[in-house]
Design a protein around this ligand. Structure first.
Ligand code: FAD
Length: 305
């Protein structure tokens, strides 16, 4: 019910105008999104880097439906990478991209070619790329594209979602040396046939996946704001003798910044996921709609310091 309300809001240009111009909105947007342009992305990246944090930047533009839009999004990433290098913000900043924004829903090959061009530009800029993971209908295609990209760009990172029943197997596949894996709970509303439904089952699955990645040979990227998950990850890092450069924590821009600072001060690598771009409205609405718990998630962030 709540989900359909927010999905409908995400598609409504009338709601967009209403929400975009409401006085409370600017505060919400600037708390979770760097801004609309590359200059905003650079400004926020520079501040975070100055605070000792690593960054991954996401140009907002998922659900691309035309080849022109996909090319334009790819070009935005090429510009961003050039600017990051020019500003001396690499390797502190890397980029995250959604294959759907590269045209995955139109043609897998197009998405691969665009992602490949971005990986090449990232190498040129002295940094890396992580492929975000979207709904479960795209998992196979995304992992196939990842495997292709990693042949020439082995540092390309993957995202695995603990709520999917298949993910423990994917973690085993991707826990080899050189592999970079961001482990998150998962943000989409998925059917019971493919995903655990209760928060407890998702948390237990997360810890099983965490154990596989932390005991493996790859580079785990622990993406969660959950204090219990973070404490368990800190414990596993000690148990498996992982140094600060052998794994990292990741959190979204604007969520639990005090915890980001605490972990960084404790010597951990902490990477902040920073979205920017004109399409912030859809980003915020979809994040809320994808999983009703995200409503509380954003709400809590708004009221917390
Ligand atoms: P939740 O289960 O949402 O919350 C658990 C607990 O964490 C809460 O009870 C509370 O104690 C604490 N908490 C959570 N939020 C707050 C807050 N705002 N203030 C204070 N305490 C809070 N999903 C995908 O599907 N694909 C992706 O590619 C992807 N990339 C991501 C990248 C990053 C860096 C991050 C952080 C998340 C990403 N996600 C992605 C989203 C992820 O899957 C979850 O939907 C999201 O992170 C919420 O889960 P959680 O583990 O943070 O904790």
């Amino acid at each position: 019910m709540l989900r359909s309300v927010f999905l409908a809001a995400a598609r409504s240009s009338r709601m967009e105008r209403l929400i975009s111009t409401a006085p409370v909105t600017k505060g919400i947007v600037t708390r979770f999104v760097a801004g609309t342009g590359v200059d905003d992305a650079l400004r926020v990246t520079s501040t975070l880097a100055g605070d000792g944090l690593a960054i991954t930047l996401d140009y907002l533009g998922e659900d691309t439906l035309t080849a022109e839009q996909a090319t334009a999004t790819k070009d935005q990433y090429l510009t961003l990478l050039k600017e990051l290098k020019g500003a001396g913000l690499t390797p502190a900043a890397e980029v995250s991209l959604k294959l759907s924004a590269m045209g995955q829903k139109i043609d897998d090959r197009m998405a691969y070619e665009h992602a490949r061009a971005i990986c090449a530009a990232a190498v040129e800029a002295g940094t890396t790329v992580t492929l975000d993971m979207e709904d479960h209908t795209t998992t196979d295609s995304t992992l196939e594209i990842l495997a292709e990209l990693r042949k020439d760009y082995p540092s390309t990172g993957a995202v695995l979602q603990a709520y999917l029943r298949r993910t423990e197997g994917d973690c085993r596949e991707l826990s080899a040396a050189g592999s970079r894996v961001r482990l998150c709970k998962g943000a989409y509303a998925e059917p019971e046939s493919v995903a655990y439904q209760s928060a407890l089952d998702v948390d237990k699955a997360y810890v099983r996946c965490l154990n596989i990645l932390m005991s493996g040979e790859g580079y785990p990227m622990i993406a969660s704001h959950d204090p219990r998950i973070i404490a368990i990850a800190e414990d596993r890092a000690r148990w498996f003798d992982r140094r600060p450069d052998e794994f990292e924590f990741q959190m979204l821009y604007g969520i639990r910044p005090e915890e980001q600072a605490r972990l960084a001060a404790a010597g951990h690598t902490v990477r902040v996921y920073v979205p920017y771009g004109d399409e912030w409205y859809g980003y915020l609405m979809r994040r809320i709609a994808e999983r009703p718990a995200n409503l509380a998630f954003f709400g809590k962030a708004l009221t917390s310091k």
